[in-house]
Design a protein around this ligand. Structure first.
Ligand SMILES: Cc1ncc(COP(=O)(O)O)c(C=O)c1O
Length: 388
C-alpha cells in the first residue's frame, strides 16, 4: 500500500522532474547540519520519486533500507565499490550475469580487488575459497542462465561465520518469488529493469540492506561516499515507471510463473529438446531447495536443442516470443546466451559457468500459454526441419 502524496493527495506519486531544488527556508542550515537524506538538493544525490520507489522496494524485499540506481549494473558497481578497498577479496559464483562476471574478473583487479570463482552449490568449495582478506560472498538467487538455485541461508551462514558480507543478486527471481534478506543476505542487488519494472521500458537498479554485519546507516553512507561519485543516479521518470511496476509485480509473477511451469513441462516432453532447466520442475536438481525458498519457480527457464545453429534458427522463427536480450517484461523474450549475453566470454569460461551451445533462455511473459506453446512448437519444427 502506498500513501498518497501529502501536498495534493494524489494516489499516483508525482514525477519530480527537477535536477535541482531551491535552498528555501532552513534547507541551507539543515544541509550544513548533515541532514541530507531528508532534504532535496540535487537529483544525482536523490529525488523524491526515487525515495518513494526506495520505500516501496524496502517493503517488497523486507529490507531495512534501499538505494536506487540508474541500472542493475550501477547497483552492483556501487555495492562493490562502496564495500571494498584495495587488497580485499571476493568469493563469487562461477555463474553470474556475464557483465557482472567480467566486472569481477577484469575491472576490479585494476583496483587491487581479486575474486575467486567457485560453484556456490558446493559449500565446501566456498569454505576453501575464503581467505583472511575475503570481504564479500557474491551469488545470484537463480543463476543466469543455468537456473542454478542458491542455498541462501547456508551461504549467508558460511559468510557470517567469517565476518564476510553476503551479497545476492535477486534479478531472476524478483521479490515476488524470493526475498533473500529473509534467508540472511546482507545486501540484495537487483536489476529493476527486469521484473520490477516489468514492461521493458525503463532501466533501473536497487540495493537493499538488512543491518547486522553492516550498520543501519551503511547504504546512506554509500549514497554519499560512492553513489554520488560514480554518478549512476536513477532518473525521476524511470523511478516513477519502476514504482508503477512494483504495484503489479506479485500478480504478474504469479501468472508468469504458472505459464513458465506449463512451458517447461511441454518442453521437457519435446523430442527436439535435450534438457530443460526450471526450478519449478521436479526434475530440477535443486527443486526441493527452490520449494523451501521460493513462492514459485519464477518466470525464467532455459532449455537446450542440439546445437547453436539450431538454437539461432529457432529464435529467428519465433513470432510471438521476441528474439531479444533482457528479460522480466510482460512480453516473452528469448535469447541464446552462449552467443548473445555471454559472447565476450571465452569458451572455457562459458563451460565453467554451464553456459552451453544450443541453450535458449526464455523470460516468460503474460501471453496465453496456448499461444506461447504454439509459437515454440512451430519454431522447434522449423529449426529441426532445416537441420536435416
Ligand atoms: C542477473 C542480472 N543482474 C544484473 C543485470 C544488470 O542489469 P541492468 O541491465 O539493469 O544493468 C542483469 C542484466 O541482464 C542480470 O541479468
Amino acid at each position: 500500500m502506498q500513501e498518497p502524496e501529502p501536498a495534493s493527495q494524489s494516489i499516483s506519486y508525482p514525477i519530480y522532474m527537477s535536477s535541482t531544488y531551491q535552498y528555501a527556508d532552513d534547507l541551507y542550515d539543515q544541509v550544513v547540519a548533515g541532514e541530507r537524506r531528508e532534504v532535496n538538493i540535487y537529483a544525482r544525490c536523490g529525488n523524491p520519486t526515487e525515495y518513494r520507489f526506495e520505500e516501496q522496494m524496502c517493503r517488497l524485499e523486507g529490507a531495512y533500507s534501499c538505494l536506487a540506481t540508474a541500472s542493475g549494473m550501477a547497483a552492483i558497481a556501487v555495492t562493490l565499490f562502496g564495500l571494498l578497498k584495495t587488497g580485499d577479496h571476493i568469493v563469487a559464483d562461477w555463474t553470474t550475469y556475464s557483465t557482472t562476471h567480467e566486472f569481477l574478473l577484469h575491472k576490479l583487479p585494476n583496483f587491487g580487488i581479486s575474486t575467486t570463482f567457485v560453484d556456490t552449490s558446493d559449500l565446501e568449495a566456498v569454505e576453501r575459497a575464503f581467505k583472511p582478506e575475503t570481504k564479500a560472498l557474491y551469488f545470484e538467487t537463480i543463476a543466469n542462465p543455468t537456473m542454478k538455485v542458491a542455498n541462501i541461508r547456508a551461504l549467508a551462514d558460511l559468510a557470517h561465520d567469517r565476518g564476510v558480507v553476503a551479497i545476492c543478486d535477486n534479478t531472476f527471481a524478483s521479490p515476488a518469488v524470493c526475498r533473500p534478506h529473509v534467508f540472511g543476505a546482507d545486501l540484495v542487488v537487483e536489476s529493476a529493469t527486469k521484473f520490477i519494472g516489468g514492461h521493458n521500458d525503463a532501466l533501473g537498479g536497487t540495493i537493499t540492506l538488512t543491518p547486522g554485519l553492516l550498520p543501519e546507516g551503511w547504504l546512506e553512507e554509500v549514497r554519499w561516499s560512492t553513489f554520488t561519485k560514480l554518478g549512476g543516479a536513477l532518473s525521476p521518470f524511470n523511478a516513477w515507471l519502476l514504482l508503477r511496476g512494483t504495484q503489479t509485480l506479485p500478480v504478474r509473477l504469479e501468472a508468469q510463473a504458472r505459464t513458465a511451469l506449463e512451458i517447461a513441462q511441454y518442453l521437457q516432453e519435446h523430442s527436439e529438446v535435450e534438457a530443460v532447466w526450471y526450478p519449478g520442475l521436479e526434475s530440477h536438481r535443486q527443486h526441493d531447495l527452490a520449494l523451501r525458498q521460493f513462492a514459485s519457480g519464477g518466470a525464467m527457464l532455459s532449455f537446450k536443442v542440439s546445437d547453436e545453429a539450431v538454437a539461432v534458427r529457432l529464435l529467428k522463427s519465433l513470432q510471438l516470443v521476441a528474439f531479444a536480450a533482457s528479460l522480466g517484461g510482460v512480453r516473452s523474450v528469448a535469447q541464446a546466451p552462449a552467443t548473445m549475453a555471454f559472447l565476450d566470454l571465452s569458451e572455457a569460461e562459458r563451460s565453467q559457468m554451464g553456459v552451453k551451445d544450443g541453450m535458449i533462455r526464455i523470460s516468460v511473459g503474460l501471453e496465453s500459454p496456448v499461444d506461447l506453446k504454439a509459437d515454440l512448437e512451430n519454431a522447434l519444427t522449423v529449426s529441426a526441419k532445416l537441420e536435416t
